[in-house]
Design a protein around this ligand. Structure first.
Ligand SMILES: [Zn+2]
Length: 250
């Protein structure tokens, strides 16, 4: 399975309109980060997790491949704000796209962008509700959604085989930790060095990694206190920062 980090940036992207690169080195190209999203490819099947406002640029960078399915983590702008792009792409290509998410997130998407679900697109976009801790299947891949605590919306982590993607998470229930047991590769959202009520911060993330002990952990959703080179040289063995376009073989 091949995972491409389409984007590993925080909600506001980097550089941001708020504070540019913040504490991160503006001369380090790996500190340029689009909004967080990944592409999963296995045996010709492609699954996109999230479509933030940078999704057009991200898909162009990887050659605009056919996407079979889309899974949403939660409805925040940096994860769903580019949904119109896939609506247009699906219509122009006459391709069926399966969209997975919690019922409340799919209903939010439909209320926010009703026009992408109107005829003829409605024939092409098939929505599916996921249930916490209930596996679902996309082609040959079995996917386990794991509920996560994050702001008011909560979010969903996804496990596929020995790999899991958990972004925008502050805490995970004991049942969720059980679901993550045995993973070998973990992509974990870690926005900041400082404590936050919405996200796990670096010290907490390192404790989680110690407890779960996957072989490799890649930190994503990296904010302006998270300088690429500093992280690369100071993180413990088996933990490294993501950068946009990083490819991980699982
Ligand atoms: Zn986010």
């Amino acid at each position: 399975m091949k995972i491409t980090i389409l984007g590993c940036g925080p909600s506001w992207g980097m550089p941001s309109l708020i504070n540019g690169f913040g504490d991160a080195d503006p001369l380090e190209p790996r500190n340029i980060r689009t909004r967080s999203s990944i592409l999963i490819e296995d045996q010709g099947v492609r699954i996109l997790i999230d479509t933030g406002p940078d999704i057009r640029e991200q898909l162009l960078r990887v050659g605009t491949p056919k996407i079979h399915a889309l899974c949403y983590t939660h409805p925040h702008y940096d994860h769903m704000g580019g949904a119109e792009e896939f609506g247009m792409l699906t219509r122009e290509r006459h391709e069926i796209l399966h969209v997975y998410g919690r019922q409340k997130d799919i209903l939010f998407l439909k209320s926010r962008m009703p026009y992408i679900f109107k005829a003829p697109e409605e024939q092409l976009i098939k929505t599916h509700y996921i249930r916490p801790y209930h596996k679902f299947q996309i082609a040959h891949l079995e996917i386990l959604p794991i509920p996560q605590h994050h702001a008011a919306s909560g979010s969903v982590g996804y496990r596929i085989g020995n790999f899991a993607y958990c972004t925008d998470v502050k805490s995970i229930d004991p049942e969720g930790w059980q679901c993550l047991k045995g993973i070998k590769t973990w992509i974990l959202g870690c926005v900041t060095l400082e404590e936050s009520s919405r996200w796990v911060h670096l010290a907490e993330a390192l404790q989680w990694i110690k407890n779960l002990h996957p072989d490799r952990t890649f930190l994503t959703h990296l904010g302006p206190t998270m300088d690429y080179k500093t992280l690369k040289t100071t993180l413990p063995k088996g933990v490294c920062p993501c950068h946009d376009n990083l490819v991980i073989q699982v």
